[in-house]
Design a binder for this molecule. Sequence first.
Ligand code: AMP
Ligand code: GLY
Length: 422
Amino acid sequence: MKIMVVGGGGREHAIIKKIKQSPLAEEIFVLPGNAGMKNDATCVDIGAKDLDGIVAFAKENKIDYAIVAPDDPLVLGAVDRLNEIGIPCFGPKENAAIIEGSKIFSKNLMKKYNIPTAKYEVFTDMDAALKYLENETYPTVIKADGLALGKGVVIAMNKEEATEAIHSMMEDRMFGDSGSRVVIEEFLTGPEVSVLAFTDGNTVIPMISSMDHKRALDNDMGLNTGGMGTIAPNPYYTKDIAAICMKDIFLPTINAMNEEGRTFKGCLYFGLMITPKGPKVIEYNCRFGDPETQVVLPLLESDLLEVMMACTNGTLDKTEVKFSDNSACCVIMASGGYPKSYKSGFEITVSDGMTADIYFAGAKDSDGKLVTAGGRVLGVTAVEKDLAFAIDKAYENVKKVNFEGAHYRKDIGKRAMAASAN
Ligand code: AMP
Ligand code: GLY
């Protein structure tokens, strides 16, 4: 089969490395991909948001199956467009991708179907939002409605910070139209768990749980980023919690989407917080997480392509989805300065004897050399029989990767290890 993957980061590299293992995959194209993945797939210089370009390429090259990985093309309707020309796809259609595309949609869905989440209010008018802050308790959480590169969430510690956030979203349009409507919601506490789940619209099969590390610096300090590292499985996600999530969150969400006439097929990402009152949904994503995928898929023992096609065909109930008992740790190496401004174009070198996988994100070719070309440059993932070994091995291998100004957190997995010890 000829496979086309849309996207270009570490998550897509992890998907590609996994589907390469499938006997069904004969040829893999990635649009646009990056130079770090060129040994694993053919990179095609078409952007992930260029739907016309993607559709034309798929038609011309007689693609048999497409995987749309990032949020933007999913929310823009890439799956619908490819289906129109007869190409089956992994990923939700536009009317289901809204579960990530609009926070107001997802919050209203949870309220309507009694799915546990933080209490909230929606505002379309800035003055009303500012007035609401008068009687709010702090910290409080302010979210832009639409996609905002993972940066549309502000935890405001007091009224001044909240006021500033409302102004920058609704007046200065820091996130463009994404900020024309905002959600103000209750601040929750507790450990966070990411659960990615395969679904064909009826059956839902959660993958192994994981933990992201979103802040730029050690001990969860510094700015929020796209994710600085992950571990799997997440020790906070016990069997009991998993059973509650299936009953109160996963199945009700799939059923709710069906009720609304928005059947969700693909990978549904549940961003959960295990609060003292039980697990609650912090956010839904309509896609695989990045860098969660870089620890979850290396632990998958089943044929990923078969599982994906079962999601598309509605046969997930008849398909085995098996994960190993091992643990994985992914450490992201970023450009110095990220998530603020940073320099690019530094050569990336990898010394001999790597015993971990590298998933490239911000890398490009320059005169035959691989150089940095983004904030998050790559992730180093190690798999071992337990988490402590996986963490050690990931960090040993990080030392073998070099580029000027490389920044990475030194404490990926530390919180998980402390939790496992209790
Ligand atoms: P999101 O972009 O929705 O994933 O939010 C980014 C981060 O903000 C989450 O991973 C949480 O750490 C935090 N967050 C979002 N909503 C809440 C909330 N209601 N209470 C506490 N923290 C939150
Ligand atoms: N790692 C968080 C996300 O993919 O949204």
